[in-house]
Design a protein around this ligand. Structure first.
Ligand SMILES: [Zn+2]
Length: 77
């Protein structure tokens, strides 16, 4: 009935493990072959590696908080 979503390109029903290229389902959050965490598929159908960019974000946040506290401590104590 509805024809929505005609803009989306080829639908991806499976994704590949970025580590060992095992075919996984979209629902998989972990590769059943190499037991590493995998994310959503990119446009090539290859699962992204989760946590890679998050590690950088957390590092930046941690440095920011530490720096902020250090500045606060040096300034007011
Ligand atoms: Zn794998």
């Amino acid at each position: 009935m509805t024809t929505q979503g005609s803009q989306t390109s080829a639908k991806i029903f499976s994704k590949k493990c970025p580590y060992c290229s095992t075919i996984l389902t979209l629902a998989d959050t972990k590769c059943h072959a190499c037991h590493r965490k995998v994310g959503d598929p990119d446009k090539h159908g290859i699962a992204i590696i989760p946590g890679k960019w998050k590690a950088y974000v957390w590092f930046a946040v941690a440095i920011g908080i530490l720096g902020g506290w250090f500045y606060f401590w040096k300034t007011y104590l």
